[in-house]
Every structure is written in C-alpha cells, then in structure tokens.
Design a protein around this ligand. Structure first.
Ligand code: ATP
Ligand code: MG
Length: 571
C-alpha cells in the first residue's frame, strides 16, 4: 500500500480525553477516530489490526470445535423479559422503540438470542453438545466510557455459547475454550494470566478472567507466586490475618460508651482512643434491591461489595444515604455499630468474629463503644468473607504472601448452568424421554480491548511497538527523498519486490520531510523498517531496522527484500 493512496493521518498531539497510552497512541497513529463518547471509527490502519486479531480468534475458535454464526444487534424486549433481565439490566442496556412503539434493545450480550435460537431447533440429547460463536458489535451504555477502545460503549466482542446435557460435557467445552483463549493471547504475544472470577448470583459454578497485566488495568489481580493461585480481587480470598495488637487493659463486662466528638473515620477515632484500626469494627449500612443490611469488617479492612452482594443474594447494592442510616440505626452517620441493632440482617466478616474484643460505633452521635465482644454483645445473622484482599495477605491455598497487580480483563469464560435455559425453556429430552433444561457456558473476548491491551504492553517513548501478529503492516518502506529520481526508482523497485514476495508493506511515498516520516514510522510501529535515502542509494545501500531496538543496519539494495524478510522472521 502506498501511503499517498491510503487514508492515514497521524496526529501530533494526544486527544485531550486520552488518559492511557493505548488510547493516545492508537489515536495519534491514525488507527481510531472518536465519533462520540465511547464510540469510535476503526480507521483503515486500525481495522487491519482488528481484522488480524479476529482471524486469530476465529482460527482458534474453529479449531476448538466452535461454530460461527452472526446474530442481530437489535433484539426484541420479549426475549429479555422472558429471561428476567429487561427489569434488572439497568441503564447499560440501550433501549429503543420501533415505529410501532415496540420495545427493543441494542444487544450488550447475546444469551437471550442464542438460547432462543437453540431452543427452537434442538430437542434431543443426541443433538448436544453444541458451541456457537460470533464476532460482533455490542453496545453497553457504560457509565464511564474511557480509555479509548478499552471501555467503549460500542465495541466488538467475540462471544460463544455452549449447550450441554451434563456438567462433565460443559466442563470439557470450558477447558477447550480456556485452551483456545490461551492460544489466542499467546499468538498475540501478550503477557497475561487467567484468574478465578466472581460468578455473581447467576449460580454459575466456575468462571475465569484472562487478564493482561498492565499498570493502567482497571482490575486488581491477586496472585500467589508460590502456588499459582490467582483471582480477581472481587473474588480473591486469603488465609486468616495475624491477630491485631493486644487490647489495652481489662475487658469490661459490657460495652462502655465513650465520647468521641466529631471523629467518624477509623483513623481519627483510633488516634483519639489510642487504639489500632485493627481493633475496630467498621459498620456499613447498605441498601440492596431487597433490603437494608449491615456489613461489618475489621477497621483496617475494606468492604468487598461484590462479596457482600453475593452473600445477600442482591442484584444491586449501594451504601445507604445519611437519612437511611439514621432510620436503620437510630444514630448519626459515622457512628454506626452492630450492638443493639434490630430489624436488619447483620453480615460480619470472619476477621470481625476473630476479634475477642473491639471498639465500634454506638449508634449515637459523637459516641463509640469500647470493650465490645463479638458473639457476646451482638450476633450476626451471617458470618462470611467480606474483605478486600491486600498484597502480603496469606494465600488461601498455601499461606505464602499474595501479590496484587493491575490487569486488563480481555476475556471472560463462565459456566452459566441453567439460568437462561430454565427461564427461557431451552430444554432437551434425555434417553428416557424426560425433559431437562440445557446446561450452558458462555465465553467472551473483547476484540478492541485486546488490541488496546497489546499497545499498553508494547510501546516505548516513540510510539507503538507492534507484536508482529497484530501489526497492521509488517514492513514500512520509506523513501526519504522521493524527489530524487534514483531514490524513487530504488524505493519503487523494493516496493514491487516486497509485494511480490507477499510481505505486507506500507510504502511512505509522501511528499514530507524525512524527520516527519521517520517519526511517523516510530509512532505507528511496524516491526521492520526499510529506509531508502539519497546517500545510501549512491552507495547501493538501504537502511534496515527493527522497531523493537531501532538499531540501523546498512544492507545492499539488492539484498533489501531478503534481509527484510529475515528480519521479519526474527520478530
Ligand atoms: P467489565 O468488568 O470490564 O465491564 P464485563 O465483565 O462486563 O467487563 P463481559 O460481559 O464478560 O465483560 O464481556 C466479555 C469481554 O468483553 C470482556 O472480557 C472485555 O474484553 C470485553 N468488554 C466488556 N465491556 C467492554 C467495553 N465497555 N469496552 C470494550 N470491551 C469490553
Ligand atoms: Mg461490564
């Protein structure tokens, strides 16, 4: 491709909303163009990369036995009403009406559509299992679209859905998908890890997320370097914490109220009462779609809202407003505690119950209780794991210190069970003629997010350093002074030969200054560069370099193509 005939415009400056490097570089390299918040055009160069990634994904899906189809973007509300998600999905679901005022949505995911399609075709155990996938545009009206392709509103996803008669059969497909995902990310040259993920309250039994490790990742990934345990922080557990410093003085026979004027944070009250934060019980009043509830964690811990949501069986959960806190506890916000609370479920973290004595809020403005004994002074309705795991905590499997890193979730595989098949009557007849809902799995992979993650992991101060499998072109050929006839001839010749050799080459034949061309080449970052300049041509030479190390090597013009192919084979 000749640049002068292409549609490629690099930018000098970062877009003002581009916070992360992949967004900055993909925009500046002329690969994506923002149309509206979270909505992008894939420009020709960007689309080549996306297309290569989609080919890799297709390849591996097909090899793993999945079958491609294509479902519509626009989906009728009836299917979502049947699955129950029309009511619970919330504002991320873009809802539309047609000219007859019928409700539709733009698909954020396709469990409903695929389950309906399978339901109307498959009736017998003999026709199962089946695994169907598509690569298609989704829309999710994300509350904070950001980071370019990483969290868009309109984005491309590969989504697969499998249908089974047994847990063992689902497990087989799940493992095949896990292997296929590993091959996809390996082939893209990404550093990633697969970790256990939260299954929410869908009732699914197993879920893994594929995380590309990068400082800009929105997720925290907990891992154990000793035994290989890995989990999203939403799900990660730990072994017991070391006990906090001893309680100063005697333990009273009943909790004692103390005046703590204006001190609401654990740090402030702790300082005021000379108690370490770990001796406090942090009390949070939450509101779910079903009830108010009280969550207790140790003062030096953070509440993991995902864990709490699962314990409460809630779909939505938020901290209660000040007015609601007063209503539930009878006291001011910031002074809540579990002692004497009635009419609400109390969920305590394991570590709270391991405190033999503690301090907490007194449900009375400007007062805390000291000498509170869990089990004696209050009894939780549920004791569960509610805390956010921290780096250095003990691994739940082997006890070694855990590490916490940032990750970008590029893929998510999930054992769904019968949630959708039961709700939507997607059933089969077994050998004895009995009806059962099919057992399902679903497997998502973000195409744009994976491309962005590749840039997060592969760049330097000059621009993108494409891993070869995702590079839009493999070689950039630059004619530094195309106005010089000898340069033009040599470059034209090389261009023809590279094309004839099947090398994907972008030929920068623009009428631009050499500095501009070289900077652009660094910015867009194809693996191999061949530069034809006036001085070199006079000596019968061109300059070859790899984007990775940018070390320039003069090679004879006649060997240009062979050497470029050799260089390509080395990256
Ligand atoms: P997240 O927690 O990041 O919102 P999710 O759990 O909603 O992700 P899934 O529903 O499992 O994501 O979607 C499957 C894959 O689709 C994700 O692993 C991710 O790669 C991609 N994806 C999800 N949301 C977006 C988005 N807003 N923009 C780009 N890719 C996305
Ligand atoms: Mg999401």
């Amino acid at each position: 491709m000749r640049w002068s005939h292409y549609f490629l415009f690099t930018l000098r400056d970062n877009p003002s909303d581009a916070e992360v490097i992949s967004h900055q570089l993909l925009a500046r390299a002329g690969m994506i163009d923002k149309l509206a918040a979270g909505i992008y055009t894939y420009l020709p160069l960007g689309w080549r990369s996306i297309d290569k990634l989609m080919r890799i994904v297709r390849d591996e899906m097909n090899a793993a036995g999945a079958v491609e189809l294509m479902m519509p973007c626009v989906q009728p509300a009836e299917l979502w009403q049947k699955s129950g998600r029309w009511q619970v999905y919330g504002k991320e679901l873009l809802r539309l009406k047609d000219r007859h005022e019928r409700d539709f949505c733009f698909g954020p995911t396709h469990e409903e559509v695929i389950t309906d399609a399978v339901r109307r075709r498959i009736t017998s155990y003999r026709q199962l299992p089946v695994n169907l996938y598509q690569i298609q545009t989704k829309f999710r009206d994300e509350i904070r679209p950001r980071f370019g392709l990483m969290r868009g509103r309109e984005f491309i996803m590969k989504d697969a859905y499998s249908f089974h008669t047994s847990a063992a059969s689902l497990d087989e497909a799940y493992r095949a998908m896990e292997r296929a995902y590993r091959r996809v990310f390996d082939r893209c040259g990404l550093r990633y890890t697969a970790v256990e993920a939260d299954t929410g309250n869908i009732g699914g039994s197993e879920s893994h997320e594929f995380m590309v490790l990068a400082a800009t990742g929105e997720d925290a990934v907990v891992s154990c370097p000793a035994c290989g345990y890995g989990a999203n922080v939403e799900k990660a557990a730990s072994g017991p914490l070391p006990p906090p410093p001893a309680w100063p003085g005697r333990v009273p026979a009943a909790p004692e109220a103390v005046l703590t004027p204006g001190t609401t944070s654990v740090a402030d009250v702790g300082e005021f009462l000379s108690l370490p934060p770990a001796r406090f019980i942090k009390t949070m009043i939450v509101e779910t779609d079903r009830e108010f509830a009280v969550a207790l964690v140790r003062g030096d811990d953070e509440l993991n809202e995902v864990k709490l949501k699962n314990v409460l069986g809630a779909v939505h959960l938020q901290l209660a407003s000040e007015a609601k806190v007063e209503q539930v506890t009878g006291g001011a916000m910031g002074f809540s505690g579990p002692v004497g609370l009635k009419g609400v479920r109390i969920v305590a973290d394991f570590e709270v119950m391991r405190l033999e004595v503690a301090a907490t809020g007194a449900n009375r403005a400007d007062h805390h209780l000291v000498g509170v004994v869990p089990g004696r002074d209050f009894t939780p309705d549920v004791v569960a794991d509610l805390r956010v795991v921290r780096g250095g905590d003990a691994c739940p499997r082997c006890g070694a210190p855990l590490e916490v890193q940032r990750g970008i979730e590029v893929g998510h595989i999930f054992k769904l069970g019968t949630k959708y098949s039961a709700a939507m009557e997607c059933c089969y007849l077994d050998e004895r003629g009995q009806t059962h809902p099919m057992i399902m799995g679903c497997y998502g992979l973000g195409i744009g997010r994976t491309m962005a993650a590749a840039v997060e992991q592969n760049h330097d101060e000059h621009g993108i350093v494409w891993p070869r499998p995702l590079a839009p072109f493999e070689v950039e050929l630059i004619a530094l002074n195309p106005d010089v006839a000898a340069v033009r001839e040599a470059a034209d010749g090389l261009y023809g030969q590279l094309q004839a050799a099947g090398v994907e080459v972008l030929f920068d034949d623009r009428d631009e200054r050499p500095g501009v061309k070289l900077n652009d080449a660094d910015l867009i970052g194809f693996p191999v560069r061949v530069v034809v300049g006036k001085k070199g041509v006079e000596q019968g030479q061109v300059e070859l370099s790899l984007r990775r190390d940018r070390i320039k090597l003069p090679v004879p013009l006649a060997e240009g193509v062979a050497r470029a192919r050799e260089a390509l084979a080395s990256v």
